[in-house]
Design a protein around this ligand. Structure first.
Ligand code: DX5
Ligand code: ZN
Length: 215
């Protein structure tokens, strides 16, 4: 069953908890939290204190996507604030294998994210250690962008590799997903769809989540 992870990047931050509840009651499976530092990506969002405010007030697991340099310095803070999955970018950490195992040693699931132009070769030697691979289907930094069509092939390629090497790994796809392209993404092999604008900018987020899952 396909999972949907609404990205709070497109939510109204003046009433964040209501926005979280809206997608929770709407059938979301995870809460995708985009953390940006203004260095790794040209945008700044939020940090652990915001997660701490939501912790205990929703049953949605926090799926934390770190678009920050040297993520290893902040992982523990995000876990204390409630993160259940922490995803680091392969382009942002010098010692990926060490970082993944550090996340595991803290008792939660590690994810690894790849920018659109980053080769799948970069994750070849960490497939035994990781729980989730996040493929960016837009260049990271902003919500509401258009999916890069070539990423569908990348998802299929990754699916093939995973089936051979470690079928337990989940594929999360992030960026530009909507009800019109969800089917192609799922067919290519995605397990989790992240969607920001398609859910939060829709007049009926619950319906949007339902449609994404139906695909
Ligand atoms: C982009 C973020 C995405 C983004 C998705 O850098 O990682 O999670 O919020 O938003 P949409 O679905 O609007 O592209
Ligand atoms: Zn994201």
């Amino acid at each position: 069953m396909i999972k949907v992870a609404p990205s709070i990047l497109s939510a109204d931050f003046s009433c964040l908890l209501d926005e979280v509840k809206r997608v929770e009651t709407g059938g979301a499976d995870l809460l995708h939290i985009d953390v940006m530092d203004g260095h790794f990506v040209p945008n700044i969002t939020l940090g652990p204190p915001v997660l701490s405010c939501l912790k205990g007030k929703t049953n949605l697991p926090f799926d934390v996507h770190l678009m920050i340099e040297n993520p290893e310095n902040y992982i523990e803070d995000f876990i204390k604030a409630g993160a259940e999955i922490v995803t680091v970018h392969v382009e942002a950490t010098m010692h990926l294998h060490r970082t993944i195992n550090y996340i595991k040693s803290l008792g939660i699931k590690p994810g690894v994210a790849l920018n659109p132009s980053t080769s799948l070769d970069t994750i070849k030697y960490i497939l035994d250690d990781v729980s989730m691979i996040l493929l960016m289907s837009v260049n990271p930094g902003f919500g509401g962008q258009k999916l890069i069509p070539g990423m569908i092939e990348k998802i299929s390629e990754l699916k093939g590799i995973i089936q051979q090497k470690n079928p337990e790994i989940l594929i999360e796809v992030d960026g530009g997903i909507n009800v019109d392209n969800a089917l192609d993404i799922i067919k290519a092999g995605a397990d989790i769809l992240v969607a920001g604008a398609a859910i939060y900018k829709s007049p009926n987020p619950k319906e949007a989540i339902k449609k994404l899952k139906k695909e």
